[in-house]
Write a protein that binds this ligand. Structure first.
Ligand code: FAD
Length: 407
């Protein structure tokens, strides 16, 4: 595929970039890593921004008009997403699960009523979603989910606990994996519900991370009555649908992530001109220059791998196990670029945001701490390498999993 934009696409990119310049919140500073003091303020800014995007005809470029989309092309959707990621990715952060997982899964697996109810409210910023898969005993092995859902009088009565649920404290809905048939083999007894987070019996408890932020949570559910109409797909299809969500999660936004990381490389260069190492600007240090070159190469690798997946999508393909390659290509380099930046700052590298001595308002210190979770979220690096080995390269199954999958 030729990845250069046609003249019409280039004109659309310019038109959207100019709209974006006039429609980012007036107090938003793209150079700051955190524009909002609280998550609630950030979530509100995200909802307002998404509403403006939708009113201007830029939300869901490739989604059907009947579901609040624009009925245009996937290429235009990519242009919109990439342009936002390059300039104001923070405004999209609370929507990462909403747009990357909930929307595509509902679109592919939902019935007409679910698509008509939920997709327009996702696109116009009304709803934020979270993902309730992981549990204390089900992380890498998601099929171990033990949250129970029992049928009762037109409802599923849900009781159990989820953990590491990003944005649950902000979310209106949750894509929830539950066990409806404890007697069936573990992959077969699962179902997939759309949970209204305001239902009685749902309790969200934030977990504080090493960054000092608490943006993921424990979610406790006790006798929560979820209407049967909120079952996605058929009862017992939960595992199959969860794999669809995970494929979207892993294939998600490599191109837009690469756009955000390109901005980070530019920020890294600006930082290395500002700080001194062994008495001269860090940018002149040969070890730092190697780190910088590696970061740039890694961003380009992520970008072109993303474009390869994207061209597969344009030709009608759906995300498959090769999404795990992209997951490794964004998470591990994200750790390395933050380490390189903190290293380049020498002793000042220990100073976080809020001190007159902090460099670029502690952007890299925050990233250094936050990036530790990146090789765990959306599936650990070890698990991604297993998937690539077994399902992309066709190597024999890892023996411990082969034994477990017989259970
Ligand atoms: C920042 C962040 C956000 C998250 N957000 C969400 C969310 O929104 N929703 C959600 O449901 N979950 C979320 N998670 C949870 C995440 O998906 C799990 O943490 C992850 O899947 C790993 O599961 P676990 O923590 O149970 O680790 P375990 O599965 O217990 O793994 C422990 C270690 O064993 C290794 N391991 C496990 N199995 C194998 C194997 N077969 N071969 C080799 N090594 C193996 C792992 O790589 C890891 O090093 C989030 C996690 C983080 C860090």
């Amino acid at each position: 595929m030729d990845f250069r934009l046609t003249s019409e696409q280039e004109a659309f990119r310019r038109e959207f970039a100019s709209w974006l310049e006039n429609n980012t919140p007036t107090d938003f500073d793209p150079q700051r890593f955190r524009n909002y003091d609280t998550h609630e303020d950030l979530a509100q800014a995200h909802r307002d921004f998404q509403k403006r995007l939708s009113e201007a005809g830029y939300a869901g470029m490739n989604l059907p008009v009947a579901y609040g989309g624009q009925g245009r092309s996937t290429m235009e959707e990519m242009i919109v997403t990439e342009t936002i990621s390059r300039t104001c990715p923070e405004l999209r952060a609370p929507g990462v699960i909403t747009f990357g997982m909930a929307a595509p899964t509902i679109l592919v697996c939902g019935n007409e009523a679910q698509k008509a109810e939920f997709l327009p409210k996702i696109l116009d910023g009304t709803h934020i979603w979270c993902q309730g898969f992981s549990e204390p005993n089900a992380g890498s092995d998601v099929a171990n989910v033990s949250t129970r859902a029992e049928k009762d009088n037109g409802h599923y009565v849900v009781t159990g606990q989820k953990v590491w649920t990003s944005f649950a404290h902000l979310a209106d809905y949750c894509i929830l994996l539950v066990r409806t048939d404890p007697g069936a083999k573990k992959h077969k007894g699962l179902s997939y519900l759309l949970l209204d987070m305001t239902l009685p019996g749902v309790e969200v408890r934030p977990i504080r991370q090493i960054t000092g932020e608490a943006d993921f949570n424990e979610v406790y559910m006790e006798d929560v009555r979820v209407p049967e109409s909120m079952l996605l797909g058929k009862e017992g299809d939960g595992w199959k649908i969860a794999l669809t969500t995970l494929a979207f999660e892993r294939a998600m936004g490599d191109v837009s992530k690469a756009a955000a990381y390109e901005t980070n490389v530019e920020r890294l260069i600006a930082m290395a001109r500002q700080v001194r190492r062994s008495g001269r600007p860090a940018i002149e240090d040969p070890v730092f220059r190697q780190d910088l070159a590696r970061s740039y190469i890694e961003v380009m690798t992520l970008k072109y791998n993303g474009l390869r997946n994207f061209s597969n999508q344009l030709e009608g393909g759906t995300p498959g196990p090769e999404g795990s390659i992209g997951k490794l290509l964004w998470s591990e380099p994200f750790q390395r670029i933050n380490e390189a930046a903190v290293d380049a700052q020498g002793p000042v590298g220990q100073i976080a945001e809020g001190s007159p001595w902090s460099v670029q308002e502690g952007f890299w210190q925050f990233g250094f701490l936050r990036s530790k979770g990146s090789t765990v979220e959306a599936g650990t690096s070890e698990v991604q390498r297993n998937i690539i080995g077994e399902r992309v390269l066709g190597l024999p199954k890892d023996s411990s999993r082969a034994a477990r999958s017989k259970e």
